[in-house]
Write a protein that binds this ligand. Sequence first.
Ligand code: NAD
Length: 443
Amino acid sequence: MNFKTDIDYRKQSLRKLLTVVESNEKKIIRALYDDFKKPAFESILSETGFVLSELQHTLKNIERWAKPKKVLPSLLNFPSSDTIYKEPYGKVLIIAPWNYPFQLALCPLIAAVAAGNQVVVKPSELTPHTSKMIAQIIAETFDREHVTCVEGGAEKATELLAQPWDYLFFTGSVAVGKIVAKAAATHLTPVTLELGGKNPCIIDQSADLTLAAKRIVWGKFFNAGQTCIAPDYLLVHQNIKSDLIHLIKKEIVKAYGENQEVSPDFARIINAKNWKRQVSLLQDQTILFGGKNSETDFFIAPTLIDEPKLDSLLMQEEIFGPILPVLSYQNEEDIRKVISRYAKPLAFYVFSNNEKFAKKTMASYEFGGGCWNDTMIHFANKRLPFGGVGQSGMGAYHGRLGFDTFSHQKAVVRKANWLDIPIRYAPYQGKEKFLKKILNWLS
Ligand code: NAD
């Protein structure tokens, strides 16, 4: 076994992973349900189906991605041939969060294995059923020297981070991201940080409101709002605010019924701590819709909040739950005042049929990725980089970018011996004019 150099071995491992995930799909979906009542449809779309599709895509392309790439040599080096070799970093640690616990552990794993690394995966302790499934799948698929799963919480992660690694890949909160970045700095380890933020969703007067309402409800309440790229708050033009709110309420009822607590399509908050935090965000707010909650199974209904104060708790931190603040604006300056209060978000959404407004707004702000006239779907395209900027993260992955993330690009010049142009060698006296001429000619 040589996963470092043997592409066939890597392919074999990934093919096995595909078989093991496929044959355990029902159990994985069950584990996700047991962890936070994640609906089966959402689990297929965003967890097992997503992972299987990433696996198939990787298997189809791995040879092409791994091939050494010849590049045009510099004339300064004439005669030579230049090549970039994609080499694995070595020992990789992947730390995953709980909100898409299967996908966010497995997708980086697929990329790291495809690139030839030795991997340790630490899933989230907050989704114990899924964590156990991940450990089982990894044990059944891989050789222990190649990939292992280490279960546990913050203490286990701290222990792992104290060891030297060749690459760190972390998905989770900004606060823990900073801890991971510090650990990476100790050993000067390259690191990818996939973090979160407060994602704005702007709806201007020209938007198709019916479609906007449907797509906002889907993006916000999928996974009960516990999605790093869910719209965090709405910024809606004041002239269409009441129409939009009416349509959003209608869409919520259409999707989850009058009593969302009995809907099989609506997940739960992950644990008591997060449930309490979400409920506390509702205090002193004007509830336009929803607000119902129950501690028994950590339910919080899809909830709309009217014009929260910007200094309220709700508007200070990433919500990460099914609470949607609705703020209105009159002009672009109002939009700027709100968005510029926060660090660069992971996602950004604009609903508009006014091309000039949409393009200008998307170009005016920095964010990881986003959509014009939809929410969240940029995540699904393997040809788009997925990652944040500034506080929402560094680095990106998915598809080929995932392979590249876990590969060191080694540059090698092969110099020919049949000619040895003497100008570069000392003594330099009398050569400067000629050197300038050459540099001028080459530029
Ligand atoms: P978290 O940061 O609390 O935990 C993530 C992982 O870090 C877990 O495996 C946890 O065990 C570990 N961890 C916790 N404390 C640690 C410590 N002190 N030292 C080292 N490791 C520690 O995040 P979470 O609550 O699981 O996930 C929610 C957050 O993740 C949200 O902020 C969300 O926006 C973000 N997120 C980002 C993405 C993305 O792709 N950018 C995806 C999902 C979630």
